[in-house]
Design a protein. Sequence first.
Length: 300
Amino acid sequence: MYSGLLIILLPLVIGYLLPLKSPALQRLVNHLLSWMVYVILFFMGISLAFLDNLAANLLAILRIASVSVIAILACNLIALRLLEKRRPWHHHHQQQQTLPSRLHMALESLKLLGVVVLGFLLGLSGWAFLHHAAQASEYALLLLLFLVGLQLRGSGMTLRQIVLNRRGMMVAVVVCISAFAGGILAALLLGLPVTTGLALASGYGWYSLSGILMTENFGPVIGSAAFFNDLLRELLAIMLIPLLIRQHRSSALGLCGATSMDFTLPVLQRAGGVEIVPAAIVHGFVLSLAAPVLIALFSA
């Protein structure tokens, strides 16, 4: 039953093992990765349109996403608050006045939602060739995971750098473990298998990947719920970082999940200063590496 796990992890591992030293190639990988995310989410929207009992399933998606994001974030924030009490994060940075436009960043996140909606609307046409969207997305997913592996290797993070940055590692471990508790709680509240709840909790805000992987393994209802669950996490992080960063620094970082090494990094840096950047990169790297592995494991 772990053949599916191997198929998912193999391109990720192969990509990570390949050295990527050329800056030009790294830029190419980043561009391809951005485009692949749009392509696969477009396919996910098409698959969603072919669901039976569409109206009922859309309500189920919203219900699962709402319950899961509340349960997971509540457990994350409780655990991070306990971490802050036991291991305070001492710093001297004063928040800058000029922050990136949170509205602009939120709209950037919502672009991917627009791609899903576009695919959904196209799928409603019922054209015969669109039935191949699910198969096409499987091949696209393998390429995406390969590119993710290349990107993680190209980030330049070494095991020594990860281990030495204790704050980034501690926050990542707390987020990872407390998310499991939230996933189990969400599964119990929703009447889902515990493994499904754990898989939902393992996206850590990486909506472009979790939605794709969950759709492949659990179908478009759970996959779409995972997408909205992690999209809401990122949107909340963008809005709450400036409010949390002074007194609850670990919570502000942990709320970002896997996106702390890329999308929400500018907000963290502007609000929390340059000193937060190493911890943010380590935190995001660890969760980015863990997300596809854990989702695949709980889906096996």
